[in-house]
Design a protein around this ligand. Sequence first.
Ligand SMILES: Cc1ncc(COP(=O)(O)O)c(C=O)c1O
Length: 482
Amino acid sequence: MIREPLIFELSDDGKKSYVLPELDVPVDQDILKDFTERKDIEGFPQVSEIEVVRHFTRLSQTNFCIDTVFYPLGSCTMKYNPKINEKIAALQGFQECHPYSPSFLVQGNLAVINTLEELLTEITGMDAFSLQPSAGAQGELLGMMLIRACLEERGDPRKAVLIPDSAHGTNPSSAHICGYKVKEIRTTEDGIIDLEDLKKLMNQEIAAIMITNPNTLGIFEKDIKKIAHIVHSEGGFVYMDGANMNALLGYSRPGDMDVDVIHLNLHKTFSTPHGGGGPGAGPVGVKKELIPFLPVPLVVKENDEYYLDYDRPKSIGKIKGFYGNYLVMVKALAYILSLGDRGLKEVAEIAVLNSNYIRKSLEDTYHLKYKAPTLHECVFSDKNQASSGIKNIDIAKRLIDYGLHPPTMSFPLIVPGALMIEPTETETKQELDRFIDAMIRISKEAEEDPEILKSAPSSAYVSRLDETSAARNTILRWEPKT
Ligand SMILES: Cc1ncc(COP(=O)(O)O)c(C=O)c1O
């Protein structure tokens, strides 16, 4: 395949992408130059309009995306992003609304925030939501900050947070950034939190437990209420990472499971784009006790009018500029309203069905470390292919040659050689069968001709990279040739 040049390499002196009409007013050209010239980039590219269009279109075609291929990236919930969401978010009143507009001029926009908060509250069984965080990880940080603020107010700041060994890496990072030590809880052979280990670790130094349910193995933590009871009886909080809410929609609510704080990923469960497809949102839901600490401003409705409430003395402050990624909220609200109650339940039903169809179809070919029933995702490993010297990365890279995006690899860490598959509800049976067939063929290739896998992908824009060199010798800035 021909390498796409950098846009700098397409440059030639004097080429332009625009022709502006002659100015009919006197202007000091030098003043304009001072405003517009990017002096920090030496050799700023000079290219024609068609070169720009072709360059970026060609680049976009080298990428995988949900609009072109099946994308079973476990834990990421790469579901189809309905185009109606984009259409609604592009309406002028949403897209061109200025964040400094006075509340009385933007009642409809505030109603969007307030309605989405109310719907997420209803869906999760929590008492209130903040839509401010711009990612799941930022939601986790906010959740930890709220817990910390509440404990400090009680005069009992505490030192550590308990996190299962199956957790996503952002969980310990968020707790750490918030100043807590992290203590790991073991997973049992059934793939759930070890209650005995939890009892040993829980004491009055522990601020919270961070739990993912269903967990990253796709297994429902059936003891969640017992876990919450153990943590609450020592004065700690229960934080739930709601990244896997796709499995629960309409069927069970974290608030009813005695969870105190949860983040959701609008860019997963609620179908807004992610993975290079746009900004995200990680709203945080809380129970009553934590409401006073939520970030400002809150959108409040009084006498049928919405206003922005900054007068919240216990608030932790702000976690993101203005109100968060507003257009992402519009898209998520459009999704929830277009599906309705029944539609949201069907999301969970089909997501679980699709995942179990893949699991059953591949369990004779790929090793499953944890045999317990799973919900929306399943985690295989490369153990059965190891005798041919094949690792999970070889399987993942070979899938690219079959025109499929690889599953998540090497996570959760408690499954060596993990291949974590989450098909989501938006795939057809034909597409699932195409994926299953490719996975079975790849396993045969591993036995018969492992070299094909080790050198895969052979059809992609870039073939197998030397990942160590790529990580150690990164070239992030173009330097003009001298
Ligand atoms: C289980 C889990 N928790 C948290 C996160 C963090 O979410 P975000 O990528 O939106 O920061 C992810 C993201 O992949 C996840 O899978």
